[in-house]
Design a protein around this ligand. Structure first.
Ligand code: NAG
Ligand code: NAG
Ligand code: NAG
Ligand code: NAG
Ligand code: NAG
Ligand code: NAG
Ligand code: NAG
Ligand code: NAG
Length: 911
């Protein structure tokens, strides 16, 4: 414990009397030398108001100044002088309190043998508690609380037979308590909480019959809580967060003078029958939570008992009448649902029992995110909207957000805290995060804090918890000795034990720590439970500063790793791969979203497509779809590595292809990099890819948006079709008639554009257009030469005039005329007006390779005739077939198709 209220009986009074005595008094030279040496080593200097004459035992040291709770007198001493005028003064009190004195306990302290009261608490003393401390045999009150002392407690303490109070709380000692402590017959107060001790309590402690106050929380004491404590004179007993076992001591009922009894989380198995709680007439605080208590609540308790915690046990039965006048915590027991009808208890308690059936429902949401303790929503860098969570939660209360998508509950009461706020705030800049705002507020709980996801879709979820420590500075200060330690459970499974935010952050405060777990959601319900098992310090830097704290959390359907891919890609990974989606890495932008170039940590380059919005499907279905698509693999299809569905905008991760898109390669100015064999192989490759998609793949995929900008070229200029299957994600049409048309002008088959009639033949049509563009080295629509604005018109004219090969790109120095003619015929076949007249893609492949002859005579499609009539303004191209406002984009012009390797506009962008 920090600021111990140390009782000082006779000493202060006698000093007061001595204060008036005259000048000739002098500090014992040995004491003066020792004191000066101690001060020098600990970097302290007496304040001028005290060390007036240069002799330590003058001024405040001998007058009636009260040095307790008197900040101006710190450090301070008190002296006792004897022998009249020529008397000698000995130092009896020494206080160096909360001054961050750093270093080992100075050797010279041993010469101050007249000390009765030593307070070196709340500094940064290191090393052992030296055995010479046993030589200071006049000691009555001694505190080394909140320092960094280590090693075992010295046996020599046994010689301090006048010791009334000993505090070594919040240090880093080790080993068990020495049995010699039992010799301290006058000991009334022992503060050893968070001190690092372990093992059973020695039986010799039975001799400490004057013991009134024992604070021993947060060690690793084992064995049964000894029966002999019933012979002590206890008023205040704190044992939580140890590893005891067995029943409550049978003698407990003897301790009728108890005012406070904390046996929380002590692994006690008991039925409460052996203890007569009505005998505790002074008891005010009873903490028995987190044990294995069964049976029912005591039928009567002492009349002063107003704060009772029985949470996290297996209690059953009814709630007695005394509950009406008390703060009673019954969370997480086996009381039935009817407990909510008891008007003496907080509402909603039924939802906080074990196996609660509350919140079960049909799935309404697939994710949620909370900025714990915040009073306003914050948009995170992960694209999640973190909802506010500023409701004040009482000792056993919960709340649920409106939808409901999530809720929170809290249990417990901050011990010894004056205000005990459960929401903490810091304006500090936080490290290791892009979202400092998320960390400004945090929610803290004295015992147990739970967040619930309600009505979630079932499936695997990624739960991300974010923490940052606030109040323990990184300096050598007693404040840095604070330890916040708690356990984390998700879906009832313990994920972290003795979790210490600051430790995980490398011993640093104001540094974000992220924990991520994959958990199953089965009953549309997710529980994140932060639980204080009584571990860690309780009161650094202030009383009531302990227990779990959390800054933000989110739950998103699990990031779906794609079958056979070892790399699971997280949002964070993709964000850093793309340099936080830097515009410099933007490869293109289109109807589905933006595409960024990225480099994974393994050095692999990828293309990350950030879809502009979620599909209408649930995330799970979406992911299943992606997984299905990723299984469709062919050398002429762009490989889909995976996706990431954290956040609102799904990310698709593709292999990155070195040579960009076909439209770039074809339609650029100057000499084309694509020679004839390459162009022909591209046509063939695309045909093979489509043939696979349509006829060979395990699932039939109609691409719906075949165009030059969706054909990517690898390092060897092999073509690969990108974006296949995407249209399906956004339009799960069950029939052949699609309600919305996706696709790009100039490549749209007439039956699809006009009636939304969708078969794989629309891809065949678009493929025909791509082949024409590839042969001609020009886009299907180009105003460059007014005689050949539309590729169809122009090619048909040449074809009908028996000069079909004139359409081949003039920039090509040579080409295979046989192949070219085959390709022209194939493309004219593919772009026939009636889908039935167009060949299948496998037939297209056969015709291109020459395995099957391409028929000579084909009819000029009627839509071209219509075009000619309207001067290029065909009906279908200007009709708003998608039902969208008719601000339909014009056919692609060279200028508008400059940089979209993956995507270009689709008709119904308004989706
Ligand atoms: C402490 O006392 C010992 C023996 O009485 C003496 O040798 C030593 O010098 C003293 N130390 C100081 C700092 O006065
Ligand atoms: C008291 O004052 C004298 C003279 O200034 C100094 O030498 C001595 O170190 C002081 N004592 C303490 C404990 O600061
Ligand atoms: C103490 O000293 C004072 C003056 O300094 C003197 O009057 C008094 O008699 C002395 N008392 C004793 C007991 O020596
Ligand atoms: C403690 O006291 C015993 C005698 O009661 C003595 O033998 C021993 O040396 C003392 N130890 C210390 C550290 O003073
Ligand atoms: C506590 O002591 C142990 C050794 O017993 C050491 O490993 C650990 O670092 C110490 N912790 C602190 C906070 O000083
Ligand atoms: C127990 O403590 C009370 C005061 O709290 C005191 O009056 C009584 O004498 C003590 N009993 C023993 C045996 O020390
Ligand atoms: C959740 O993950 C586990 C283990 O990774 C897996 O066995 C299980 O099939 C997954 N459940 C669902 C619904 O995807
Ligand atoms: C095509 O139609 C648009 C509007 O629909 C009109 O502005 C344009 O003049 C037409 N072009 C021709 C060549 O008729």
């Amino acid at each position: 414990m920090g600021r111990r209220r140390q009782v000082l009986h006779g000493a202060a009074l006698s000093l007061l009397l001595l204060a008036a005595v005259a000048d000739a008094q002098q500090t014992d030279p040995g004491d003066a030398a020792a004191l000066n040496a101690v001060f020098a080593k600990l970097g302290q200097k007496a304040l001028s108001s005290w060390n007036i004459s240069g002799d330590p035992c003058t001024g405040a040291a001998t007058d009636n100044t009260n040095i307790d709770n008197n900040p101006p007198f710190n450090p301070a001493i008190k002296c006792e002088c004897t022998g009249g005028n020529a008397s000698v003064c000995r130092v009896t009190r020494l206080k160096i309190y909360a001054l961050d004195a750093v270093g080992p306990i100075p050797e010279e302290l041993r010469n101050l043998t007249a000390l009765t009261n030593l307070d070196l608490s709340q500094n940064y003393l290191t090393g052992p508690l030296p055995s010479f401390i046993g030589e200071l045999t006049r000691m009555q009150y001694m505190s080394f609380g909140i320092n960094a002392l280590s090693g075992p407690l010295p046996k020599e303490l046994r010689n301090l037979t006048d010791l009334v109070s000993l505090s070594v709380s919040s240090n880093n000692f080790s080993g068990s308590l020495p049995s010699e402590l039992g010799d301290l017959a006058k000991l009334e107060q022992l503060y050893i909480d968070s001190a690092g001790f372990s093992g059973p309590l020695p039986s010799s402690l039975s001799k400490l019959t004057k013991m009134k106050t024992l604070w021993a929380s947060d060690n690793d004491f084992t064995g049964q809580i000894p029966d002999y404590i019933g012979t002590w004179n206890l008023t205040d007993l704190r044992f939580q967060g140890n590893s005891f076992q067995g029943p409550l001591p049978a003698t407990l009922s003897n301790l009728i003078q108890l005012t406070s009894l904390v046996l929380r989380n002590c692994r006690i198995s008991d039925t409460l029958l052996s203890v007569n709680f009505s005998k505790f007439t002074s008891l005010n605080l009873l903490f028995l939570g987190n044990n294995s208590l069964s049976g029912s609540l005591p039928s009567s308790v002492g009349s002063m008992l107003k704060n009772l915690d029985f949470s996290y046990n297996q209690l059953t039965g009814s709630v007695p009448s005394w509950a009406r006048n008390s703060q009673l915590n019954l969370v997480a027991n086996n009381f039935g649902a009817d407990i909510s009808s008891n008007s003496a208890l907080p509402t909603g308690l039924d939802c906080l029992q074990r196996n609660t059936p509350c919140f079960l429902g049909s799935p309404k949401s697939s994710s949620f995110a909370v900025d714990c303790g915040s009073d306003r929503p914050i948009s995170g860098s992960d694209n999640s909207l973190y909802e506010p969570d500023a409701v004040t939660l009482g000792a056993a209360s919960y709340y649920v957000t409106g939808e409901p998508t999530w809720g929170a509950s809290n249990v417990g009461r901050f011990m010894d805290a004056s205000n005990g706020s459960s929401i903490i705030y810091s304006s500090h800049q936080f490290l290791n995060t892009l979202d400092t705002e998320l960390f400004r507020n945090a929610r803290m709980s004295p015992s147990s804090l739970r967040y619930y996801g309600i009505g979630l879709e079932n499936g695997n979820y990624t739960v991300t918890l974010q923490f940052a420590e606030f109040a323990f500075p990184d300096a050598q200060s007693w404040k840095s000795r604070g330890r916040r330690v708690f356990d984390i459970y998700v879906q009832g499974e313990r994920k972290e034990q003795n979790f210490d935010i600051r430790k995980v952050a490398g011993g640093k405060s104001y540094t974000a720590v992220r924990k991520q777990y994959t958990v199953p959601v089965t009953k549309n319900f997710l529980e994140i439970h932060l639980f204080w098992a009584g571990k860690g310090t309780c009161c650094i830097p202030d009383q009531g500063y302990y227990g779990p704290a959390i800054s933000a959390l989110s739950a998103t359907p699990k990031l779906y790793s794609i079958v056979g891919r070892p790399n699971v890609l997280s949002y964070g990974e993709l964000r850093s791969a793309t340099d936080n989606f830097s515009p410099n890495n933007l490869l293109g932008q289109g109807g589905y979203g933006s595409v960024y170039k990225g480099k994974l940590t393994d050095g692999r380059f990828v293309a990350v497509k950030q879809l502009s919005e979620a599909s209408h499907q649930g995330k799970k279905e979406f992911a299943t779809e992606i997984e299905t698509i990723s299984r469709v693999q062919h050398r002429n299809l762009v490989k889909l590595y995976g996706c990431c569905l954290e956040g609102n905008k799904p990310l698709l991760v593709y292999e990155c292809l070195e040579n960009g898109s076909l439209d770039h390669a074809l339609f650029g100015k100057g000499k084309s990099s694509l020679d004839w064999p390459t162009r022909f192989e591209i046509c063939l490759g695309v045909a093979r890819g489509l043939s696979y998609l349509h006829e060979e793949s395990s699932i039939r995929v109609v691409h719906r948006d075949i165009k030059a900008s969706n054909i990517l070229l690898d390092a060897n200029l092999n073509p690969k079709i990108s974006d296949f299957g995407l249209a399906k994600l956004y339009d799960d049409q069950k029939t052949h008639v699609s309600t919305k048309v996706a696709g790009t002008f100039g490549y749209l088959a007439p039956e699809y554009a006009m009636r939304g009639h969708m078969t794989e033949k629309i891809d065949v049509f678009a493929f025909g257009v791509v082949v024409l563009e590839t042969l001609a080295g020009r886009p299907n629509y180009s105003t460059e030469d007014e005689n050949k604005v539309y590729i169809f018109e122009w090619v048909w004219e040449l074809y009908e005039n028996n000069h079909p090969l004139d359409m081949v790109d003039q920039r090509l120095e040579e080409f295979d005329s046989e192949e070219a003619l085959r390709a022209i015929k194939v493309s004219l076949l593919c772009t026939q007006g009636s889908p039935h007249q167009r060949p299948s893609m496998s037939r297209v492949v056969a015709m291109l390779t020459g395995d099957v002859e391409a028929p000579d005579v084909v009819t000029k499609p009627s839509y071209i005739t219509e075009w000619q009539i309207t001067g290029g303004n065909t009906t279908y191209m200007s009709t708003d077939v998608s039902g969208q406002p008719s601000s339909a984009p014009r056919p692609n012009s060279p200028s508008s198709r400059t940089s979209s390797p993956f995507l270009s506009s689709v008709m119904d962008e308004g989706r």
